[in-house]
Design a protein around this ligand. Sequence first.
Ligand code: HDD
Length: 684
Amino acid sequence: MAKPYDPTTGEGGETQQIGRGATPKLTTNHGAPISDNQNSLRAGARGPTLLEDFILREKIFHFDHERIPERIVHARGSVAHGHFECTDPIPELSRASLFAKKGKRTEVIVRFSTVAGGAGSVDTPRDVRGFATKFYTDEGNWDLVGNNIPVFFIQDAIKFPDLIHSVKMEADRGFPQAASAHDTFWDFVSLMPETLHTVMWAMSDRGIPRSYRMMEGFGIHTFKLVDADGAESFVKFHWRPRLGTQSLVWDESAKLQGADNDYHRRDLWEAIAAGDYPEYDLAIQSFDTELANSLPYDVLDATKIIPEEVVPLRVIGRMVLDRNPDNHFAENEQLAFLPSNVVPGIDFSDDPLLQGRLFSYLDTQKSRLGTTNFHQIPVNAPKCPYANMMRDGLMQTQIPKGRANYEPNSLDEAGEDPGPRPRADGFCTAPQPVAGEKLRVRSESFADHYSQPRMFWKSQTENEQAHIASAITFELSKLALNHIRLRVLSQLRNVDETLAERVAKGLGLDLPNAAPPAKEPIDLEPSDALSIQKRWQATLQGRKVGILFDEGSDKAALEALIKAVKDAGATPFTIASKVGGMKLQGGEMKADGQLAGSPSWLFDAVALVLTEDAARRLAQDSAAVGFVADAYAHLKALGHDEGAKALLDRAGVKPDAGVVDLPKLPKAATLRYWDREASLRDLA
Ligand code: HDD
């Protein structure tokens, strides 16, 4: 006998037609077998279509309703499944079961996203990235819904709709899509100095990550950990990618928007499909009220970080993402995160941004997924047993049993199943004294908006500072309203005078007076951990190297390079003017990609394996010249053999530490050549 259909695994069921284990029989959604899926029912071969055709009507009806409202923010995202493993248990801090034992594994799903663009927008605009993790723990789902930047634009949830309205497409014209370089966003920024810290991060190279696999993640808010005795401490959560943090350069990220809309989604998918699983360490900063009170900023203010030089990071686990989704809609579009999903041992702080989020996400799921039963969708359902007295509602997919759908009840006295009951060891909010007047105010301790952006600026290398100044100059150059530019400059003067001067010079404007600060900024110690370049991980692991060859290239040299790139943990990708196959010195070879569709923007480093004749010919081809010139301009390593000279010269490549012989490429390709930039680009 056939197994009954199991909607959670997609297995079994003679007539089901989705998922694994499907039988060859095609049926309607109600199980009727279909004999013809090519033609609708007509009156005569050339006659009108009949309303009676229930197979046609059901198919079109379903198709017409295949889309659900996209997320108002973070609409475009990519998911991966995996697990979290506890490597350093913390029972002294938290009774959360996932942190209880070394080696304990918990299933996870992660969704990485951009914030501003729609679901069909591109992957590489300048934007904050979402980094949301659902841990399916044995005591319920814990959702850590964070970003790749450790601070947020605003301090109070009541400003979230204003922030998002200002950054999304402008209300009248419906553009620009997925871009912050427009009047309304900067208008909001200039009027709300609390945004400046996150703006500095977003304008830095953090706003244009190289890969979701090479991006940090942060829980942002201060949360609480609660141990088995009810003792609590404050905590901040950090994800650290094992491959190191790496970003694109701006020109590269802009060009990638044309070359590959799906650059980050494809990168994640391909890495997992190839068995090159992304890994991240989970680290915590834990601290007590005394330390919190000693800091010159408020730990409940989401626009502030605690530098790791002040409270060090402790790695407590690692996450491995090792499975791609089977279905984009079921596992990505329907995936619903709730910051209110916590488990015993983890609790909320009074951060007013977090408090507002606790309402917003539950509310949004009802409008996106249409039902209060969205938790029953396989990707959202806990993997541990769950039971309560909630019943009915649109799309109830379970058949709750028993007579008692209320609590308390005494049906056990009649020998019947009384249903689930609360237990003393269930989730218990950490007790906290609360007193005071009801007020609509912002705490005085939230008033310093400039000291931390200044600290961020001072923590960057010179080259990173130039990127920030140039990004702000670029964005402000796109504005139509000059008074907004001036107001942003008046804010930047409080962050750093030289930054404001450089942006003003880049725009050709005189500096306005500084905005009067609500609270005078102070100088905080710079933190090296805030710079990508100071913590650069010189590795080729997980990177991609583009190798250009042509008729007559040396096959042995090509093969040696491919092997060396693989040995260094990277993916080689061969490129030629034709993909069908080329005659080389020493045999034939097919390329992975055709030159016209494989610009060097897609690679972390490039190599040229060419005869003199081929290089001279390619020097007349703009795709080949662009391939080399852009790799050089994007500060990448270039490996080449003797023959490639004509093409290198035509592309304007000058010798430097990143322009090397082929055998030296795998080592050289672990870096980008920031020193090259000043001679190539007019940075602010
Ligand atoms: Fe949010 C989605 C991250 C503040 C309201 N947010 C969303 C996602 C991420 C974040 C990663 C995508 C989840 C997914 O992949 O499905 N949001 C943050 C962070 C914040 C933050 C790190 C501040 C520290 N968000 C925030 C506030 C509000 C919201 C203050 C509202 C008051 N966020 C939402 C939302 C979304 C959302 C509208 C859209 C889709 C969804 O929730 O499920 O409810």
